[in-house]
Design a protein around this ligand. Structure first.
Ligand SMILES: Cc1cc2nc3c(=O)[nH]c(=O)nc-3n(C[C@H](O)[C@H](O)[C@H](O)COP(=O)(O)OP(=O)(O)OC[C@H]3O[C@@H](n4cnc5c(N)ncnc54)[C@H](O)[C@@H]3O)c2cc1C
Length: 489
């Protein structure tokens, strides 16, 4: 997929104040690719600019270092991706990505005990992140309106003739096998920043005299370390993925074992509050053994490693409030991690990128006249998409004493207590567990956890009226794998 840039110093697509001739997307990871897909329905041409060259196979690349770690695509995200790229899911399954039934195939140790297993229709596709990116890219470049510029770095934004609009972006194209560098001015009717957490968009905007968005950072200092394993031939269990959650403030370690394409496991160990997981062989296993359950350690201790252990620490929650910035160009927007990046442990980032792309689609459909308010309208809409996942991630992060960036409010403390009860109920009550998983999957709003049916049970649990069946109580308090597949649906 090497679409080389023109060698001239300026690529000008005729633009107009209300026109939709050319859109430029900065960054070719998931948020950028999804934005490009949506924009191709509204613009004559879409150009995606990416610093890396894209691998021809499902392998990680420099610009997305997090791709070495478990990437869960929540059911809501999976549905949106299938809507944007029909056929994506069967293709990924044909490439070996397993489709799991969340309530049944996932062994999940919550801070309050093992989540009860139940029959459900909630499905989750599991894969390595590079496999997803490869398939999404293949779909996207099949669209003749989309062109991808690889090995191309964004340098800055270009000032427009009118103060309320930018003209496009200045980019630097690196020749693949030579030192030759060419600078190009890409003019555009709309510029979309999707360059991720480390986006320099705030600086680019300030350089042109616009207001940089305010930033909120809440950091629980989580570290990840991950490794691929071959699934042993004789391995057998009644689960396909295991998630051992940390239980801060005391138990700061967690881990995820994901069955992925190629009959492999991708194992990610996680430590919060600066208790970072190590990246050498023996210490990695020891860390796995120290989790609240040995389920992952028991699975991997004799399994054959297929990759080095790779670490990662850039996991802070970071929200850029574009919707509040006073002076912004009307034809510049940002989405994905560039606007809202989460502590990844809740698996929200890709789904939020997908929801952001859908919000962009809606705003472009609705936009009639008044283009001068487009950026604000979109950022306000996106802020609504981000609000609930941001609240979930940050309020849970305040359970770590080491978390920096504000302190828990009374409402947060109430949420912690309430959620403790919900999690406790979800260890034996399949109907509560179902609602919890649907909220977690972003299929329904978090407010569903406060519906009378659940609130009454929480109250009963608080007052000691709701007692788990004996088997469930044993299972919930066990720190070993002692659950039987409950089918109490
Ligand atoms: C450790 C970890 C685990 C995660 N696990 C999950 C998970 O389980 N589930 C989930 O949904 N999400 C997860 N996420 C989040 C997920 O990775 C992101 O939300 C997702 O990649 C979308 O991000 P993005 O496209 O906005 O930015 P990124 O993925 O960061 O991509 C930014 C792109 O911009 C390019 N770029 C940057 N600067 C420039 C420049 N100047 N010029 C040209 N190109 C540039 C980069 O090369 C890159 O391709 C995880 C994140 C981390 C850190």
């Amino acid at each position: 997929m090497n679409r080389r840039a023109d060698k001239s110093s300026e690529i000008t697509f005729s633009t107009s104040t209300t026109g939709r001739r050319h859109a430029v997307v900065l960054g070719g990871s998931l948020a950028g690719l999804l934005a490009a897909r949506v924009l191709s329905d509204h613009f004559d041409r879409v150009t995606v600019v990416e610093r890396d060259s894209f691998p021809a196979t499902a392998s990680p690349r420099r610009g997305v270092p997090q791709a070495n770690h478990v990437h869960a695509l929540l059911p809501r995200g999976r549905l949106i991706l299938e809507q944007l790229f029909p056929g994506l899911q069967p293709e990924m399954m044909a490439a070996g990505a397993p489709l799991l039934v969340m309530g049944k195939d996932l062994a999940w140790l919550t801070p309050q005990g093992w989540g009860v297993r139940f029959k459900s229709d909630l499905e989750v596709l599991t894969f390595t992140r590079p496999l997803l990116d490869l398939h999404v890219r293949r779909h996207l470049i099949a669209d003749a309106r989309v062109r991808v510029m690889e090995n191309t770095e964004i340098v800055r934004l270009l000032a427009g003739k009118q103060p309320e609009r930018i003209a496009g972006a200045l980019v630097r194209v690196h020749g693949e096998n030579s030192d030759k560098v060419v600078e190009l001015q890409l003019t555009a009717d709309l510029v979309v920043d999707a360059t991720g957490r480390a986006s320099r968009a705030p600086r680019w905007l300030e350089e042109l005299g616009y207001t940089a968005p305010k930033e909120t950072i809440i950091n629980a200092h989580l570290g990840y370390a991950s490794r691929l394993y071959r699934i042993p031939d004789d391995f057998s269990a009644d689960w396909k993925c295991a998630f051992v959650q940390a239980a801060p403030p005391k138990r700061k370690r967690g881990g995820i074992l994901f069955t992925v394409e190629g009959d492999r496991w991708l194992v990610t160990l996680i430590g919060g509050g600066r208790d970072y997981p190590p990246t050498d062989d023996a210490a990695f296993l020891e860390f796995a053994r120290s989790l609240r359950s040995p389920i992952i350690y028991d699975a991997i201790r004799r399994a054959e490693p297929l990759s080095p252990i790779r670490g990662y620490r850039g996991t802070e929650n970071r929200l850029r409030h574009f919707e509040e910035a006073i002076h912004q160009p009307e034809n510049f927007i940002a989405l994905g991690d560039s606007v809202c990046a989460f502590n990844p442990v809740y698996g929200q980032g890709m789904t939020i990128a997908a929801m952001g792309a859908m919000a962009l689609d809606e705003c472009l459909h609705k936009q009639k006249g008044a283009p001068e308010t487009f950026a604000r309208q979109f950022h306000e809409r996106l802020a609504k998409v981000n609000a609930a996942p941001w609240m979930l991630a940050t309020s849970e992060d305040y359970r770590y004493r080491e978390t920096e960036g504000g302190s828990p409010t009374l409402a947060t403390r109430f949420m912690h207590r309430y959620m403790n009860h919900v999690l406790r109920l979800s260890t034996f009550d399949a109907s509560v567990r179902r609602v919890l998983l649907e909220v977690f999957s972003m299929l329904i709003e978090p407010s569903a956890l406060f519906r009378p049916r659940i609130a009454v049970r929480v109250l009963g649990n608080t007052l000691g009226f709701v007692r788990p069946p004996k088997s469930a109580a044993r299972r919930a308090s066990s720190n070993t794998l002692a659950y039987d597949a409950a089918s109490n649906d």
